[in-house]
Write a protein that binds this ligand. Structure first.
Ligand code: FE2
Length: 168
């Protein structure tokens, strides 16, 4: 039977795989984004994600473990759906709306995964690990809020207006 600590290592390995997949996906999202603020937000999150992987590696170091190397299937699916959305022929602002929809699904998945891992690390008295993960959780939440504010700050409206113009 696996121990709680081993289960935590598995959760962290899953997150490590998810973050690695995100680093690979973000350059495509930066290219596909139309709105300069969205491009900037994605670029910033790419840098952040690289640092988050470092932080995870530090957490593994604290545990004296390494990632199992098992791929996170959840993230694979989310990113695949995101790529499919990019094949949808739509105008710039609507493409951005689709990109944000996909990116927020990714953020929420991560927020949930980090939340669980932090709770488990605390339960196991692994405060250093919990602190490292908490730093990342803050960034994920901020990234999610940033995406909401970009979507609500006129982008959705621009999408609706553009559609109205193209239907005339
Ligand atoms: Fe992340």
């Amino acid at each position: 039977m696996s121990t709680f600590r081993e289960l935590l290592v598995e959760q962290l390995s899953d997150i490590h795989s998810a973050e690695t997949q995100i680093v690979q996906a973000l350059p495509k999202m930066i290219d596909a984004a139309n709105d300069p603020d969205l491009k900037k937000a994605f670029s910033h999150h790419l840098e952040e994600t690289r640092a988050q992987i470092q932080r995870l590696e530090e957490a593994f170091g604290e545990l004296g473990e390494s990632p199992t190397g098992k791929a996170c299937q959840g993230m694979k699916g989310l990113l695949k759906e995101g790529e499919e959305a990019l094949d949808t022929p739509v105008a710039g602002p609507l493409r951005d709306a689709l990109l944000i929809a996909g990116a927020q699904r990714v953020e929420h998945y991560e927020i949930s995964a980090y939340g669980t891992a932090i709770a488990w690390a605390k339960q196991l008295d692994l405060d250093e690990v919990a602190d490292l993960l908490d730093e990342t959780l803050e960034e994920e939440s901020a990234a999610d809020e940033k995406l909401t504010s970009i979507a609500e700050g006129g982008l959705l409206e621009a999408g609706v207006n553009e559609e109205a113009v193209s239907r005339r």
